[in-house]
Design a protein around this ligand. Structure first.
Ligand code: PMP
Length: 301
């Protein structure tokens, strides 16, 4: 990343990031009353932005939040924003494209309008490159994923405290480990920003949508699984299923498909990048037109 300021889109204007502000009275800041979504680029080109915007508008609708532009309007802004920032991208770099909308504030004397933001910033590949070499070490924290009868995990809101606490707990014991949250019934839920899949023979298994964020990459990988002749199932899964799985991997927009080495210290049968994980990653590479693992490994220090 070259050291110049990023351009962001804030409330109708393209401006340098240091000029973009959100009011200290905004409920998005004071109460987490805001939603977001995050797409990314591959080779500097926006990918699946329409799918991310669809989920963004669903989150907005549930919370009665109103972005200042329509789906089409935000899509155009995202494309324009990536073009404006593209000169800042170095080799093997790509952007996240964040969409955010806040509640604003209805305080009598300090009422502020909702903020609508589109932000493009570099994906921090270096910090995560190791997982593409060694695989992911998962640990299940005591903190459970918020159930749909409290706050639906399908809403991508600004409130990530559930994950922040889970992450802190896991990292206190092992700074290299990532949390995998169980739900309150003890079933597998999701990582702090990723979905989980298990490979069992010819089956590709993942927790039911009601209890997790329905990842855009999760959906993409389910499609690959079907094309590869696997039986794809959304179902309740517990730790025993995971310990006995042939392979497991996490999916997310930035991570794509990254294999899991161990769970709570127990090594998985086929290691992190077993045959099915590798096939799914290869399918992902073809779809996005680049070698995802190589991009991460290029950032290893
Ligand atoms: N679960 C959570 C809680 C997340 O924050 C994310 C990242 N957006 C995911 C799953 C993966 O979703 P996606 O594949 O759309 O990035």
């Amino acid at each position: 990343m070259k050291h110049e300021s990023l351009i962001v889109w804030a409330n109708g204007k393209f401006i340098p990031e240091e000029e973009a502000t959100v009011s200290i009275f905004d409920d998005g800041f004071t109460r987490g009353d805001a939603v977001f979504d995050a797409a990314r680029t591959f080779n500097g080109k926006p990918f699946q932005v329409a799918e991310h915007l669809e989920r963004f508008f669903a989150s907005c609708e549930v919370l009665n939040l109103k972005p200042s532009l329509s789906h089409e309007g935000l899509l155009r802004v995202a494309q324009d924003l990536v073009e404006r920032n593209r000169p800042l991208l170095g080799r093997y770099e790509d952007f996240w494209i964040d969409f955010r909308v806040t509640r604003g504030s209805r305080r009598m004397s300090y009422s502020t309008d909702p903020a609508t933001l589109v932000i493009c910033d570099p994906i921090p590949f270096a910090g995560r490159a190791k997982v593409y070499r060694d695989g992911i070490t998962l640990v299940t924290p005591s903190i459970r994923r918020t159930p749909p009868w409290a706050v639906s995990p399908r809403i991508k809101s600004h409130n990530y405290l559930n994950f922040v606490l889970a992450d802190q707990e896991v990292k206190q014991n092992n700074p290299e480990a990532w949390p995998l949250l169980l739900d309150e019934r003890g079933n597998l839920a999701e990582g702090s920003n990723s979905n989980i899949f298990l490979v069992r023979g010819k089956e590709l298994l993942t927790p039911r949508e009601q209890f997790v964020l329905p990842g855009i990459s999760r959906n993409t990988v389910m499609g690959f699984g079907e094309k590869l002749g696997l039986t794809v199932k959304e179902m309740d899964l517990d730790l025993r299923d995971l310990y006995l799985a042939d392979e497991a991997f996490l999916t997310s927009t930035s991570l794509c498909v990254c294999g899991v080495t161990s769970v709570n210290g127990k090594k998985l049968r086929q290691g992190a990048f077993g045959p099915v994980t590798t096939k799914l990653l290869t399918a992902y590479n073809s779809l996005v037109g680049m070698d995802i693992r190589q991009q991460y490994l290029a950032h290893l220090k």
